[in-house]
Design a protein around this ligand. Structure first.
Ligand SMILES: Nc1ncnc2c1ncn2[C@@H]1O[C@H](COP(=O)(O)OP(=O)(O)OP(=O)(O)O)[C@@H](O)[C@H]1O
Ligand SMILES: [Mg+2]
Length: 284
């Protein structure tokens, strides 16, 4: 399966509203109210999300954390118009998720890089642009620009299997960014990578976020990763998936890896851990 939603016809209208567009950066780009989602299955109903209330401002980095099955992916898929809520409202950039998808408001990065092995890295990154009808020159320029953003300049002619897992995941981020979406939705993008590579990619992602001012929604199981990256951490609890707590992560924008040893960092990590623990207890 491809990592980016690019199955719609090319857009003709420019919906870009990010940095430099003159729009208010403190504007709410995701507004979720009283959202519930029940999956009807052959074995009965699965109440995946209940009473979700969430507002995300432009340029924020928001992590969803919570136990397996608490609905993190489902919530992200609702924002991306890949699932339809049973009740409640969702606005993405003031539009319905469907309108936002057609307006190409976001790029989606999955856990596995999901690059096509028969295409070079640059052809993988260019794929959404091909589908959207960008000219060859535009495609080339955007591929170069995004390879540079993820520190892969010079690797465009390689095939995915010639790259390490971390490099492949960076290529899939470049693909999600290729059409300059205002938002990046990332579902455990670094979950399968070892600790050192993950640290390195966390640092790079922070730099990329600072450079592009994208709004990022990021799913993770790692408390340190969530605290290191986020401006806001959404702690979720299971059965049915609810938001247990939203924790502000005000560590500033300069975050070297060593920040993880500071009191401020450890204090927030402790709050997240406690939130996860209490959220679990809601269940019993
Ligand atoms: N298409 C579906 N049909 C039926 N049930 C589903 C479907 N997708 C998800 N679920 C159920 O909804 C709940 C939430 O699933 P979801 O994948 O959102 O969890 P998650 O928090 O992302 O978990 P993980 O951390 O393991 O990825 C689970 O109970 C799951 O079994
Ligand atoms: Mg998931």
């Amino acid at each position: 399966m491809a990592s980016v939603q690019f199955l719609d016809p090319p857009i003709t209208e420019n919906h870009y509203s990010g940095p430099g567009s003159g729009l208010d950066q403190s504007e709410c780009v995701i507004d979720i109210r009283n959202l519930s989602l029940v999956f009807e299955t052959n074995d009965g109903s699965v109440h995946a999300l209940s009473n979700i209330e969430l507002a995300i401002n432009r340029g924020e980095f928001v992590s969803f954390i919570g136990p397996s099955g608490c609905g993190k992916t489902t919530l992200m898929r609702v924002v991306a118009d890949l699932e339809t809520p049973t009740s409640g409202t969702v606005l993405v950039n003031g539009m319905t998720p469907k309108q936002a998808r057609i307006a190409r408001s976001y790029g989606y990065v999955f856990q596995a890089a999901a690059l096509f092995p028969w295409r070079t890295i640059e052809d993988n990154i260019a794929l959404p642009l091909e589908v959207m009808g960008y000219s060859r020159a535009d495609r080339q320029a955007r591929v170069e620009q995004n390879l540079e953003l993820v520190n892969l300049s010079g690797f465009g002619k390689k095939y995915p299997w010639q790259l390490s897992g971390g490099m492949q995941q960076r290529a899939s981020i470049a693909r999600a960014l290729s059409f300059d979406p205002q938002m990046l939705l990332m579902d455990e993008p670094f979950g399968a990578l070892d600790e050192i590579v993950r640290d390195h990619l966390n640092e790079q992602l922070l730099k990329l976020w600072a450079a592009t001012k994208k709004t990022v929604i990021f799913v993770t199981h790692s408390i340190p990763e969530a605290v290191f990256l986020s401006t806001k951490i959404v702690v979720m609890s299971p059965r049915p998936g609810r938001i247990h707590e939203i924790i502000d992560c005000d560590l500033g924008s300069e975050r070297p890896l060593e920040i993880r040893e500071t009191d401020a960092f450890l204090k927030i990590a402790q709050r997240v851990r406690e939130g996860l623990r209490l959220g679990h207890m809601d269940e019993v």
